[in-house]
Design a protein around this ligand. Structure first.
Ligand SMILES: Nc1ncnc2c1ncn2[C@@H]1O[C@H](COP(=O)(O)OP(=O)(O)OP(=O)(O)O)[C@@H](O)[C@H]1O
Ligand SMILES: [Mg+2]
Length: 460
């Protein structure tokens, strides 16, 4: 997944959101659970308080008696963390009584520190027990006497809070695991969702590639409602492009056609003239006629192929050209070998490919010692769009050119070796055509010693 992609944006926001929300949810759940446990603990303490009061007053006496069988065995175990304590307040008769568990310790009285009672008349505080354990302390003031001679007793029950912590710890591990699982599940689901949701964009990409490579003329397929208008617009654009180029082609064709007849007349007239001037006109007229025929041919071929999506099989062109040049240079007895990657297709017109390769092969045959090798491969170009390119290398074992000569050779009309016939235009034409296709063209030293010309062209 690329960083600058829709998929990454969707996925990253969902993932970050999940990572933020789940811990917050975890903390909230943990807080609620903690509150719940604390309130259950308080309830237990207040129940025990009620029992201690009940068992110490059930004889109807005027002061509390020692409560037996409160029903909590931990009150009997020394320093168990659960204690009760009855303290006479003010001048009330009787003595202080404590559970066996408290032994000689004393529990603090919340009423002594002016703690306010809750709706059940219980005052709460936190304290530390005999073993340093954290205690929750609940106190009720119980009145034995009448209004004239009130005798008040403080009833205190304390319970170990470690119990709450223990229960919380037990709860936290499964909580964290459940949330982590939920997080993983969500992130995984987002991944699938993004992939599935963006699928149609992939099919558009594929559709456009098919159009460029000539396999399709229009963007088809069943697209989701959101991008359906895009498809319609793209198709209209492609059609408009098509029409424009068609029109331009037709006009070039018409112009060339219109010039043909007057030119034929001019040439004929000039031939009749039989003077150096007439010869010159006739000679130049011939060149013009050839050019016109060339463009007429092109217009015709292009009309057949259509503009976007012109594709040329490399191998057929290569073999045809090699056959042709080996006939032209028959008496040079050259050994020509062609190697072409199967399925190599050039995204462009056949005529142009023939023109480029024809010039390179012609040069190679002119200057080769005994051998010419042609090699076409398909590869992925880095950072280029379209990614796939055809790389065609034409190499010979002739004298070659040094680096400076190689730079010069491509210039229009430049010839470095006048001993062979030629106009010095070949390589500049190749360079022009390659540029018009957005490809690259390089001359290098061939392994066999001669010159190696390398074309990189868009593949279909
Ligand atoms: N394979 C080669 N080996 C050695 N020198 C070369 C080779 N190809 C080109 N050159 C040099 O580069 C010059 C320019 O080549 P270019 O194809 O442009 O012109 P040309 O072949 O001389 O003429 P034209 O191709 O127009 O008939 C040539 O004159 C030649 O000196
Ligand atoms: Mg040449």
């Amino acid at each position: 997944m690329k960083v600058n992609s829709l998929a990454f944006r969707l996925f990253a926001t969902a993932a970050v959101w999940t990572l933020l929300v789940l811990p917050v949810a975890g903390l909230a759940i943990d807080y609620v659970r903690q509150r719940e446990l604390a309130s259950a603990h308080d309830t237990r303490i207040s129940q025990l308080l009620t029992l201690v009061i009940a068992f110490s007053t059930d004889d109807g006496g005027s002061e509390p008696r020692f409560p037996r069988n409160v029903g909590e065995p931990l009150f009997e175990v020394t320093h168990s963390g659960w204690y009760w304590q009855i303290t006479p307040l003010g001048n009330s008769p009787g003595r202080r009584m404590v559970s066996a568990s408290l032994a000689s310790e004393v529990l603090p009285l919340p009423s002594a520190t002016n703690t306010r009672p809750d709706s059940n008349n219980i005052r709460w505080t936190e304290a530390t027990g005999p073993l340093g354990e954290p205690l929750r302390v609940g106190e009720t003031i119980f009145n034995f006497g009448d209004d004239e001679a009130p005798s008040n007793y403080s009833y205190v029950v304390a319970g170990n809070r470690d119990f709450i912590e223990g229960r919380l710890d037990e709860f936290r591990l499964p909580l964290v695991m459940a949330l982590a699982l939920a997080g993983l599940g969500l992130v995984g689901a987002t991944f699938v969702q993004v992939r599935y949701g963006l699928q149609p964009l992939r099919s558009i990409e594929q559709g456009l590639a098919d159009i460029r490579s000539g396999r399709e003329r229009q963007l088809g397929g069943d697209l989701p409602a959101e991008i359906e208008p895009l498809r319609a617009e793209l198709n209209a654009l492609i059609q408009a492009n098509h029409d424009t180029i068609e029109r331009a082609r037709t006009q070039v064709g018409n112009l060339a056609h219109a010039l043909k007849t007057p030119l034929a007349v001019v040439i004929n007239e000039a031939r009749e003239e039989r003077s150096p001037f007439g010869d010159k006109i006739a000679e130049q007229g011939d060149i013009m006629r050839d050019q016109i025929n060339h463009y007429l041919d092109r217009a015709r071929v292009a009309a057949q192929l259509g503009i976007i999506g012109t594709v040329t099989e490399v191998e057929g062109v290569l073999r045809g050209l090699v056959r042709a040049v080996s006939r032209i240079y028959r008496d040079r007895q050259l050994d020509m070998s062609v190697e072409c990657a199967p399925g190599a297709r050039f995204r462009g017109e056949r005529q142009d490919l023939e023109e480029m390769l024809g010039n390179l092969l012609d040069n190679a045959c002119k200057w080769a010692g005994s051998q010419v090798t042609v090699n076409a491969v398909l590869r992925e170009a880095d950072g280029l769009r379209p990614h796939r390119v055809v790389e065609i290398t034409v190499a010979d074992d002739g004298p070659g050119l040094n680096a400076e000569q190689r730079a010069q050779a491509v210039k229009r009309g430049r010839r470095l070796d006048e001993s062979k016939p030629g106009s010095g235009l070949g390589l500049s034409i190749v360079a022009d055509l390659v540029q018009s296709y957005g490809g690259t063209f390089h001359l290098e030293a061939a392994p066999a010693g001669g010159l190696s010309a390398r074309l990189v062209l868009p593949a279909a």
